[in-house]
Design a protein around this ligand. Structure first.
Ligand code: AMP
Ligand code: MG
Length: 505
């Protein structure tokens, strides 16, 4: 029997020319490795009566649910700055759309489901390790409150996949607010297909910003809405030390969700120049470059939308530029708000402190972490303890405690200014501040050595115990449970020093 999902497939109905109908490849021996039960429930997926075999058949693509209309989506993209006019789903398929229990439309898609007309030289396949990695990092991001596509299931195919070595194959089922990317717009813009471009933009508006539909300036407004979502998203990435690793325009969504967990990784010691991806030799997608790259990508979206904004595209340029400049302000605002929360500070107004002063306080803290190569995650977490007087854990992270002492004195004065405005006694304020800071500064993030160990066990030995234990820890990022202590430890410095992630995947 097949799974029951109430599909309602608007992309196929509305956007002819933007996809090719295509079937997933049959896999020889599907075996369920992972099923996201809470996500399945949120989707209203009826699992009653489905045994593991039926689930593996469904999530491998061997037995499609009724109402599925699998398609390979067309898109273009700027990859590492160079334009490819035709990328598309070379190893993915959009299976269909469902309305979840919260009333939100969700894409259900496969990754690793075989060759398509967009595969070029690729095999259309995916391997167990990278697909389970997408589960770990995506679920960690979700638990951190960061918009993201999510993994619903991973099935081992029983088929070998040839990469640098022979790896076990897998299919991932991914759930997304949509798979509309900057590159989808570039595809039609580059081909000069204005009617299709307009239909695509109207579709994106209907799906993500329906309130804009009646606006005479709706395409410019769409750009503004996407820019605001991306500003907030990237600010969240930066606040937890997430490095996407391959921010090509085909990997940037209109929805504002993080997508495509390939060579991504989290910072260990704080350094804005950190790059883990082995293919990013110039450091284009280094941690500290991410806001600028987001703006660069949004500029490509703006270019694609120009002909819709005005019959003379040149006339629309100043309007688009204004939106792109607003992106910088939106980003700064979102980043500062996030840093204030992480520092345990309220907005400045009441205490008579300027944005510039708080921005400087945060920048000086980050400069200290950088200078002394302090673990980014632990530094913030231990700063929370400092708020209630437990200084030792923070001090232990620094080699030069004097530099920290100066900064800490400034931070304490700034906290006291907040407390004076709120009229709270400092002891009580300290406890409240520590609690609030522990609610925004995670203790547990996907540590690179833990992720690698879990994936190696699963991929090389078929042992899912470390994967499941790590996942259990990652979905409780703010927990102080002593049992999770091993997952809060930084990677040994020698591991981080030579850590490389592979796109690919
Ligand atoms: P990504 O780097 O995963 O975002 O993929 C970039 C482009 O390469 C997309 O068009 C993918 O569909 C395509 N691609 C990546 N891996 C494969 C593969 N194994 N087989 C076919 N196409 C692939
Ligand atoms: Mg991609």
């Amino acid at each position: 029997m097949s799974l029951k999902l109430p599909f309602d497939n608007t992309y196929v109905r509305v956007l002819s020319g933007a996809f090719v109908e295509w079937q997933p490849a049959r896999v020889p021996a599907p075996r369920l490795l992972y099923l996201n039960h809470s996500l399945a429930q949120a989707l209203g997926l009826d699992l009653q009566g489905s045994d593991e075999e039926a689930l593996a058949a469904a999530f491998s693509g061997n037995v499609l649910p009724a109402g599925a209309q699998p398609i390979a989506q067309a898109y273009a993209g700027h990859q590492f700055g160079g334009f490819s006019p035709s990328l598309g789903d070379g190893r993915a398929l959009l299976v269909g759309e469902v309305i979840d229990r919260a009333g939100r439309r969700r894409d259900i898609a496969f990754k690793g489901s075989g060759r398509t007309p967009f595969s070029r030289g690729g095999d259309g396949k995916a391997a167990v390790g990278p697909m389970l990695r997408e589960v770990l990092v995506g679920e960690a991001m979700h638990a951190l409150g960061i918009p993201t596509t999510r993994a619903l299931a991973v099935v081992a195919t029983g088929e070998p996949v040839l990469r640098e070595s022979v790896l076990p194959g897998a299919v991932l089922t991914r759930v997304a607010a949509s798979h509309l990317r900057v590159g989808t717009f570039e595809y039609f813009a580059a081909r000069g297909e204005l009617d299709k471009l307009r239909r695509l933009a109207d579709y994106a508006i209907a799906r993500h910003d329906p309130a804009l539909a009646p606006s005479p300036s709706r395409y410019l407004d769409l750009l503004r809405a996407v820019a605001l979502r991306q500003a907030r998203l990237i600010a969240q990435w930066m606040s937890v030390g997430f490095i996407h690793g391959v921010m090509n325009t085909d990997n940037m969504t209109l929805s504002g969700e993080t997508i495509d967990y390939g060579p991504c990784a989290f910072l260990e010691a704080y350094d804005p120049a950190t790059v883990f991806s082995s293919i990013d030799r110039q450091g284009r997608y280094a941690f500290g470059n991410q806001p600028a790259i987001a703006r660069w990508n949004l500029t490509r979206l703006a270019e694609a939308l120009l002909p819709l904004m005005h019959e003379d595209p040149d006339a629309a340029v100043p309007l688009a530029v204004e939106v792109l400049e607003a992106f910088a302000d939106d980003y700064e605002r979102a980043a500062l708000a996030g840093l204030r929360r992480k520092l345990g500070l309220r907005a400045s107004a009441g205490a008579g402190i300027s944005d510039a002063e708080d921005t400087q306080l945060a920048a000086d803290w980050l400069a200290l972490l950088h200078a002394q190569r302090v673990d980014f995650t632990l530094a913030w977490r231990h700063l929370a303890a400092t708020a209630e007087g437990a200084d030792a854990p923070l001090l232990a992270l620094f080699t030069d405690a004097a530099a920290l002492a100066d900064w800490r004195a400034r931070w304490r004065r700034r906290c006291a200014a907040d407390d004076a405005v709120a009229g709270v006694a400092s002891a009580v304020a300290g406890q409240e501040r520590a609690r609030a800071m522990r609610g925004v500064n995670p203790r547990i993030i996907p540590r690179n050595h833990q992720v690698e160990a879990a994936l190696a066990a699963a991929s090389e030995r078929g042992d899912l115990v470390p994967f499941n234990a790590l996942l259990t820890a990652l979905v409780q990022p703010y927990s102080d449970d002593p049992a999770l202590a091993p997952y809060a430890e930084p990677a040994p410095a020698e591991v981080t020093a030579c850590y490389k992630t592979f796109c690919g995947t």
